[in-house]
Ligand binder design. Structure first.
Ligand code: GRF
Length: 207
């Protein structure tokens, strides 16, 4: 049984896609052990609670120093002994200590085809604004392992999405979520649950 802890910050549509895939059996032998957010108002927490999944907030605003926030965030996560941590729209930089402790066990969804439009400052709508400003004809989403950088870890899955005439950042974001994010994030978790993902010399091979 793959025990997963999801870290979220917003609406939780990626979380919803994962939970639906677990419930339908599309992702086998997997349990969402907990959902943790930095944002107490994140609707993603409501989605978890509605399914009886432990959901809590560890907010940096509640700590005088970032290191104390990190300490409690790690403690909260450790308490569930996850086999996999999924950053499902988590907008907080995670501490290097967490990356080390769960090396090769943290994955992230990014709403572009990395290495385009990623790294510091590229999150949420900003990613799609940049893609439209550049005039790319194709964008998409990427699931990757998390390393000590920002959106720099080994790529697991990607899915391309067409940019269409008249797209606004909001329209494009929705299409990327519907056609790419909500598909490849559950798929990546399924592959990991089936032990079909290998990390070799910094590159991912799918068995
Ligand atoms: C999505 O745009 C995702 O690509 C990005 O953050 C947003 C999360 O959306 N990582 P949701 O909270 O999963 O609805």
């Amino acid at each position: 049984m793959l025990k997963v802890v999801a870290l979220v910050s917003g609406g939780g549509t990626n979380l919803e896609a994962i939970l639906n895939a677990i419930a339908s059996g599309e992702i086998p032998d997997t349990q969402m052990a907990a959902v943790i957010s930095n944002n107490r108002d994140a609707y993603a927490l409501e989605r978890a609670r509605g399914r009886g999944i432990p959901a809590c907030c560890v907010s940096p605003k509640d700590y005088p120093e970032r290191s104390l926030f990190y300490q409690d965030l790690i403690k909260e996560i450790d308490g569930f002994s996850p086999d996999l941590i999924v950053l499902a729209g988590f907008l907080v930089v995670i501490p290097p200590e967490l990356v080390e402790r769960y090396a090769g066990k943290i994955i992230n969804i990014h709403p572009s085809l990395i290495p385009s439009f990623c790294g510091k400052g590229y999150y949420g709508l900003k990613v799609h604004e940049a893609a439209l400003a550049k005039g790319v004809k194709v964008t998409g989403a990427t699931v990757h392992f998390v390393d000590e950088g920002t959106d720099t870890g080994p790529i697991i899955l990607q899915k391309a999405v067409a940019v269409e005439e008249g797209d606004t950042p909001e329209i494009l974001q929705r299409r990327v979520m519907e056609q790419a994010e909500w598909k490849i994030l559950p798929e990546a978790i399924r592959l990991i649950a089936q032990d079909r993902v290998r990390l070799e010399n910094g590159r991912v091979r799918i068995l």
